[in-house]
Design a binder for this molecule. Structure first.
Ligand code: FPP
Length: 252
């Protein structure tokens, strides 16, 4: 006689507590190329699979009530890749925005971006601005695609704007503090990411949200981005919720 075993799925990750949900999650989508290589496929297939993961993760963020999620999609350093790969990523961005627009919008997602998008091909700029314009009043998760984005460049751009405002008498340098400075960053005055996730085994920030990451909690994993699931996201949030965040203070 066989005894029926309880159905336990080893991959099942519980829902995080709604109490300490991060308001902003940053994600460094890494490992697409290695994922493809392991399967004998071109790097482009890894990026394509990565788009599917974005779709899954956005849905899960929406379900969990996360307010902001920033996906690192193309850095200021990624121009060093082959012309073919860069071209593929730009085309993929346009396809992503066209193909996913309706579903994202129906789910209340705001489709936004950070980074120096003037450096992107005109068609990418147009699709990004258009997607934002058409979704800016949505009330679901606010998605930022970080494109031609570099944390150092973001800080330099902010400093340059501040310098001009001071020069033109619109800003008193004495009034500048950390909070005021952050309003000059690309996304302005949104909460800093409480949690930054980087899959694929690399343990670095790679110029992502340098100013905003001052007190972020990091969650690293060896899973490649195309294999990253909603359960992995929940696991990361549950781990985050168990962290002791002291912000330089001491526990009372
Ligand atoms: C890093 O993996 C990934 C990128 C530089 C691109 C990320 C892009 C996507 C997930 C898809 C395109 C995005 C949109 C919004 C359409 P890697 O290529 O460095 O992987 P590797 O380290 O294994 O080589």
């Amino acid at each position: 006689m066989s005894v029926e075993q309880p159905k336990v799925c080893p991959n099942q990750a519980p829902d995080p507590s709604p109490e300490r949900m991060p308001s902003h999650i940053g994600i460094i989508m890494d490992g697409n190329g290695r994922w493809a290589k392991e399967r004998g496929m071109p790097r482009s297939a890894g990026h394509q699979a990565g788009v599917e993961t974005i779709r899954t993760i956005i849905k899960e963020c929406n379900r969990l009530g996360i307010r902001y999620v920033t996906f690192y999609a193309f850095s200021t350093e990624n121009w060093k890749r082959s012309e073919q790969e860069v071209g593929f990523l730009m085309d993929l961005l346009v396809l992503y925005l066209r193909n996913e627009f309706q579903e994202l919008s129906d789910n209340g997602v705001v489709i936004d971006h950070i980074g120096d998008i003037e450096g992107l091909p005109p068609v990418c700029q147009k699709e990004l601005l258009d997607a934002y314009e058409r979704t800016k009043n949505n009330t679901g998760v606010h998605m930022y695609l970080a494109l031609n984005y570099g944390g150092q460049r973001e800080i330099v751009d902010a400093a340059r704007r501040i310098a001009w405002e001071a020069k033109n008498g619109r800003l008193n340098p004495e009034e500048l503090d950390e909070k005021k400075f952050s309003t000059y960053l690309y996304a302005g005055d949104i909460p800093s990411p409480e949690l930054i996730i980087r899959p694929s085994g690399e343990l670095r920030l790679s110029n992502f949200l340098l100013y905003q990451a001052a007190y972020s909690e990091f969650w690293f994993s060896s899973i490649a981005w195309p294999d990253f699931t909603a359960q992995d996201l929940r696991r990361a949030i549950v781990d985050y919720q168990a962290r002791d965040r002291r912000f330089g203070g001491v526990k009372s």
